[in-house]
Design a protein around this ligand. Structure first.
Ligand code: MN
Length: 206
């Protein structure tokens, strides 16, 4: 079975005013759809067909640029859509074990937010900022260029992404033009912390 473009769990306009509907629609139906189609093309006539996207990324030959760019683009956007949700109007912060671990690692949620935001703001050109977790639940922040991600061998902090922020201009240019820091700030209103916490919990070993 080829990889399929997933539906979004919310409507294109439901992330406004932080992410606008037109950007969301183009991002999903053009960019993510493009990575999906090119991923399937890159897998055609290879013995990698049938593997999960995670298996493909973990065993990736980084010299295979079409597969690297499009397997990354496919996985990264799947994750990005999942960890967003419409704004609630109230303060948007994590809770429970995830918040405890953030406090332990970064000192406070504000300190985490500053470090993550600076990491995202200083990605040169196109790329992603990540919050990752080990299988012991330890957190780390890193970034990667282009459509790379920390599941790929030797990329980023070598843990599993539980939160990702797309800082390609296609993710924000219509609404924010060159103001990437404003887009990063807006992102914090849209994070689905329940999903992020579940992703971390799913990694924990017994
Ligand atoms: Mn994107």
């Amino acid at each position: 079975m080829p990889f399929e473009l997933p539906d979004l769990p919310y409507s294109y306009g439901s992330l406004e005013p932080h992410f606008d509907a037109k950007t969301m629609e183009i991002h999903h139906t053009k960019h993510h759809a493009g990575y999906t189609a090119k991923l399937n093309a890159a897998l055609d006539n290879t013995d990698l067909k049938g593997q999960s996207i995670e298996e493909i990324l973990k065993n990736l030959n980084l010299d295979n640029k079409p597969l690297r760019n499009n397997a990354g683009g496919y996985y990264n956007h799947n994750l990005f859509w999942q960890i967003l949700r419409p704004p609630t109007g109230s303060e948007n912060v994590p809770s429970g074990d995830l918040l405890n671990e953030i406090n332990k690692k970064f000192g406070s949620f504000d300190s985490f937010k500053n470090t993550f935001s600076n990491t995202a703001a200083t990605v040169f050109g196109s790329g992603w900022a990540w919050l990752c977790s080990s299988n012991k639940g330890e957190l780390c922040i890193c970034s990667s260029p282009n459509q790379d991600n920390p599941l790929m061998p030797g990329v980023g902090c070598n843990c599993t992404p539980i939160l990702g922020l797309d800082v390609w201009e296609h993710a924000y240019y219509l609404n924010y033009q060159n103001r990437r820091p404003d887009y990063i700030s807006a992102f914090f209103n849209l994070i689905n912390w329940d999903t992020v916490a579940k992703r971390r919990e799913s990694l924990l070993e017994d």
